[in-house]
Design a protein around this ligand. Structure first.
Ligand code: F6P
Length: 319
């Protein structure tokens, strides 16, 4: 009987539980034994491995976070740490691992594959910054969380004729800011992918004010630096009342949206199908609503290239 393990690694994202559930239930349905590794790669090194039943993953589909917990493991970056992790898998007779996580976790999955363990990687991160996929697991939920917060901040910004600057996560990617910006009708977004000139922003705010609109929402991606610093510069240059909100880890928690639940279920099932067919070393993705599986050794294209066109849409629609 095939033995498959599943682990979550790096920053958690809403929908990880959905994917765990799908791996466990589809794996067992196909006659595999499925194991959960607790605490990501760090837990793997420590041998925190437990066999899971279909019931063990009940009641988690709507929960944010990851029931298996996660870590950013420094030890797994070392040869010694990886050797110990492989020995732990061998001791339990496990030959394949489904890794759910972001870019760092994907690098880890490639290393594990190189050590002889069959792996499939599910892109799980709110950042939407992984190659070969138009969407990552948790991104849709995070965007919805930001939109909800931005709508609230717009209410009070309007009441006080203020500018609300909201700093959002995304590491070096502006995806969350761009998607949420279009969805909440933000007046401006500042993202790493597009050169930022504070003069352009101030001109836009001035034009709005001349037009009789005295409040605005600006979304600023963390990858461009501190939102509070940008707010201070706007205040210093134009004298506007700017209030900054850093949404922080709010964006990482919460119940996954239906879109993330469907994506996590499809990817979890696909990961098991690949491994049971003996297809390994694959990074999953979604392109044109089709599930795709890229070989680790293929050049994998970055698929979130349409972000910049969202900035144009945002700019043309917000007045
Ligand atoms: O990769 C997900 C992410 O939330 C990034 O958007 C953010 O930069 C980082 O993780 C924060 O990491 P931590 O939770 O370790 O502070």
């Amino acid at each position: 009987m095939r033995k498959i393990a599943v682990l979550t690694s790096g920053g958690d994202s809403p929908g990880m539980n959905v994917a765990i559930r799908a791996v466990v239930r589809e794996g067992i349905r196909l006659g595999c034994e499925v194991f959960g590794v607790y605490g990501g790669y760090e837990g793997l090194i420590e041998g925190r491995i437990k066999r899971l039943s279909e019931r063990d993953v009940g009641g988690i589909i709507h929960r944010g976070g990851t029931m298996l917990q996660t870590s950013r493991s420094e030890r797994f970056r070392t040869e010694e740490g990886r050797a110990r992790a492989v020995r732990q898998l061998q001791a339990s007779g496990i030959e394949s691992v489904v890794v759910i996580g972001g870019n760092g976790s994907f690098e880890g999955a490639k290393k594990l594959e190189a050590e002889g363990v069959a792996t499939v990687c599910i892109p799980g991160t709110i950042d939407n910054d992984m190659p070969g996929t138009e969407m990552t697991l948790g991104f849709d939920t995070a965007v919805n969380t930001v939109v909800e917060a931005a709508d609230r901040i717009r209410d009070t910004s309007f009441s006080h004729d203020r500018i609300g600057l909201i700093e959002v996560m995304g590491r070096n990617s502006g995806s969350i800011a761009l998607w949420a910006g279009v969805a909440c009708g933000a007046e401006y977004v500042i993202v790493p992918e597009i050169e930022f000139r504070i003069e352009d922003l101030i001109r836009k705010l001035q034009a709005s004010i001349r037009d009789g609109k005295r409040h605005s929402i600006i979304l600023s991606a963390e990858g461009v630096g501190s939102g509070a610093d940008i707010a201070s510069r706007i205040k210093a240059m134009a004298g506007y009342d700017v209030r900054t909100t850093v949404l922080g880890h709010l964006q990482r928690g919460g119940s996954p949206t239906a879109a993330d639940r469907v994506l996590g279920s499809r990817w979890g099932v696909e990961a098991v199908h690949l491994l049971t067919r003996g297809e390994r070393g694959r990074l999953l993705g979604i392109v044109s609503n089709k599930i795709v599986a890229h070989r680790y050794d293929d050049p994998i294209r970055q698929e979130n290239h349409n972000d910049v066109s969202l900035a144009t849409i945002l700019q043309n629609l917000s007045i």
